[in-house]
Design a protein around this ligand. Structure first.
Ligand code: C2O
Ligand code: CU
Ligand code: CU
Length: 518
C-alpha cells in the first residue's frame, strides 16, 4: 500500500515548500481511514418529482462523540440531484428541521419565484413545491438554504447538495462519467467542533468580518477519506461548500489538474494547472490522470486570507486520497470541450455597480492585529501563542445582537433589507455590471442569482483561463473590481426578487446582500 504522509512536500511547479513541522491534528495513518462517501444520485421519478427532505441527523466526526446535524434525505449533506437539459421537474422540499429554511438552486437559471431565495420560506413541518424547467448546458450546480439571516448556520449543520445537469453536448464527449467510479464528487468544507463534539457556530465581530474559521477539513462529510476509483482518467466535481474558506488545491505528487468546467458548464478547452484556487460557492470540474494506478492526495495549500492560515491550514493539508487502483476506466481528456461564445467586441454600457461594504471591519480586524495574526502570517512561521490568542477570539468574542449583526456589512452603502427592492435589471438583454469593494481589502466571492455570467475583466486584466467560462461566482479582492457580462432570461418580481451577495455566508447573513427585480 502506498503510504502518503499527511504533510507532503510538493514537487517543483507548486510555489510552496514546507518550512516548519506543524502538528498533525487530523488523522493518524492508522489504516482506519474512512471511505469517501459518494452522495446517491437522485433523478425525478415517474411523476417527474424530486423529493428533498431536510431532517435532523447525527454524525460521528470527532472521536466517539455524536454531532447533531441536518441532512437532506440523509444525515449530512444531500443527494446529487440529476436533471437533463430540456427536462421539467417538480421539486418538493419538506422541512423537518426545527427552523425556517428555504432551498435555493445555486446556478440554475430559473424565474425568481422558483429560485428558493429568502422570500420562499418553508416553515418547520411545511413543504414547498416548485417547478424547475432546466434549460442550460451541462454543469455541476448545487442547492442550499438561503434563509435570511440564517444561511450560515443552516449550511454549517449540513444542508447542501449537488445539482448536476446533463445534456447532449456533454454526452458526446468521452469524459469519465461513471458516478463514484471515475466521476467523483468532492464537496469541501471546513468545520470546528465544540468540546462536546457539536458544530461550533458563533456570530461575533470576528465571524461577520472574517467568516467561519474551521480547523477540520471535511470532504463529503468525512475527514481525510480515501476514494478507490477506476484506473484511468478521473473526473473530480469539486464544490467549495465552505462558508468562508478558499482552497488552493494541488495533487500531492505534483501531477496536473486539468480543469474542464467552471460554475456554469464546460470550458472551451481543458486548462492544465498545478494549483487551483477555489472560492466559496465555486465549482470546478477537474480531470486527473490516474492511468499509472498510483495513489495521490488532493491537498490544499495556504491561501491569502490571513485568518485562514491558522493550523492545520498553514501548510499543505491533505483533504482526500485518490486510489486509482480499480478496473481500467474508459474516460478520456478531450482537447476541446464546449463551444463558448466569444465576448462581444462592443460591450454594453455599464448598467449596475455593486460595491461590497464592510462597516465593522475595524471591530473584527483590530483584535486579530493585536493578537499578532497579521505579523505571524507575514513571517510565514506559525506561532502557537498567537494561534491560541486568535482561536480564543474566534470562540469567545461576544455574540452580536441581531441589530449589530444585520448592520455589519452592506452593498452600495446599505445593509440588506428584505422589504426594500434595491434595483431593477432589464430582461433578455446583455448587461455589464461592475463589482468592487469599499474600503476593506478582503476577498469577496460575489454570487448573482438568475443567470450564468462571463467575467470580462478582473482588476483590468482578463480572467484566469479557468474562470473565462460560465460563472455564477466572481471573486474580488484587495480593493479591486471585476466586470461581468450577464443576461436574465426570466422574470423576478417584487415578491420573489433575485439576490446578489457575497458568498461568504457570514457576510451574506450580516448585510452584504442586495435584491433586485427583473
Ligand atoms: Cu449559493 Cu445566493 O447562493
Ligand atoms: Cu445562487
Ligand atoms: Cu464578503
Amino acid at each position: 500500500m502506498v503510504h502518503l504522509s499527511r504533510r507532503t512536500v510538493l514537487l517543483a511547479g507548486v510555489a510552496w515548500a514546507v518550512t516548519e513541522p506543524v502538528p498533525n491534528n487530523v488523522h493518524a495513518q492508522d489504516g482506519s481511514r474512512p471511505s469517501l462517501p459518494i452522495p446517491a444520485e437522485l433523478r425525478a421519478g415517474a411523476g417527474g418529482t424530486i423529493r428533498l427532505d431536510a431532517r435532523l441527523g447525527s454524525m460521528q466526526f470527532v472521536g466517539d462523540r455524536k454531532t447533531a446535524t441536518y441532512g437532506i434525505n440523509g444525515f449530512y449533506l444531500g443527494p446529487a440531484v440529476r436533471v437533463r437539459r430540456g427536462e421539467k421537474v417538480v421539486a418538493q422540499v419538506s422541512n423537518n428541521v426545527p427552523e425556517t429554511i428555504t432551498m435555493h438552486w445555486h446556478g440554475l437559471i430559473i424565474p425568481g419565484a422558483a429560485d428558493g431565495g429568502p422570500h420562499q420560506v418553508i416553515p418547520p413541518g411545511k413543504q414547498w413545491q416548485t417547478e424547475l424547467a432546466v434549460d442550460q448546458q451541462a454543469a455541476t450546480l448545487w442547492f442550499h438554504p438561503h434563509s435570511y439571516p440564517a444561511t450560515a448556520q443552516e449550511v454549517i449543520r449540513g444542508l447542501a447538495g449537488l445539482l448536476i445537469i446533463d445534456d447532449e453536448e456533454s454526452d458526446r464527449l468521452p469524459l469519465p462519467s461513471r458516478w463514484g467510479v471515475d466521476d467523483i464528487p468532492l464537496i469541501i468544507q471546513d468545520r470546528r467542533f465544540t468540546p462536546d463534539g457539536q458544530f461550533f457556530d458563533r456570530m461575533n465581530y470576528i465571524a461577520v468580518t472574517n467568516g467561519y474559521v474551521g480547523d477540520t477539513a471535511l470532504v463529503n462529510g468525512a475527514r481525510y477519506p480515501q476514494a478507490r476509483t477506476a484506473r484511468g482518467w478521473i473526473r473530480l466535481r469539486i464544490l467549495n461548500g465552505s462558508n468562508a474558506r478558499s482552497y488552493a488545491l494541488a495533487a500531492s505528487d505534483g501531477r496536473s489538474l486539468y480543469v474542464i468546467g467552471s460554475d456554469g458548464g464546460l470550458l472551451a478547452n481543458p486548462v492544465e494547472l498545478k494549483r487551483l484556487l477555489i472560492h466559496v460557492g465555486e465549482r470546478f470540474e477537474v480531470l486527473v490522470d490516474g492511468r499509472d494506478g498510483r495513489a495521490f492526495d488532493i491537498v490544499t495549500l495556504p491561501v491569502t486570507q490571513d485568518i485562514m492560515r491558522l493550523p492545520p491550514f498553514d501548510g499543505p493539508l491533505s483533504l482526500v486520497t485518490i486510489r486509482p487502483e480499480g478496473a481500467d476506466g474508459t474516460g478520456q481528456l478531450p482537447s476541446s470541450l464546449a463551444v463558448l461564445p466569444a465576448l462581444p467586441g462592443q460591450l454594453p454600457p455599464m448598467s449596475q455597480e455593486l460595491v461590497m461594504n464592510m462597516f465593522r471591519d475595524q471591530q473584527g480586524m483590530m483584535p486579530l492585529k493585536t493578537a499578532g495574526l497579521m505579523e505571524m502570517v507575514k513571517s510565514g512561521k506559525t506561532d502557537p501563542a498567537v494561534v491560541a490568542r486568535v482561536v480564543s477570539l474566534i470562540v469567545t468574542d461576544p455574540v452580536l445582537s441581531p441589530t449589530d449583526q444585520l448592520s455589519a456589512n452592506g452593498v452600495n452603502g446599505k445593509s440588506f433589507s428584505i422589504e426594500r427592492m434595491d434595483f431593477a435589471a432589464a430582461r433578455n438583454r446583455d448587461l455589464r455590471w461592475r463589482i468592487s469593494e469599499g474600503n476593506d481589502l478582503m476577498l469577496h466571492p460575489v454570487h448573482i442569482h438568475g443567470c450564468q455570467f462571463r467575467i470580462i475583466s478582473r482588476d483590468g486584466k482578463p480572467p484566469e483561463a479557468e474562470r473565462a467560462g460560465w460563472k455564477d461566482v466572481a471573486p474580488i479582492s484587495a480593493g479591486g473590481a471585476t466586470e461581468i457580462l450577464l443576461r436574465f432570461p426570466h422574470p423576478a418580481n417584487r415578491d420573489a426578487p433575485y439576490m446578489a451577495h457575497c458568498h461568504i455566508l457570514e457576510h451574506e447573513d450580516s448585510g452584504m446582500m442586495t435584491q433586485f427585480t427583473v
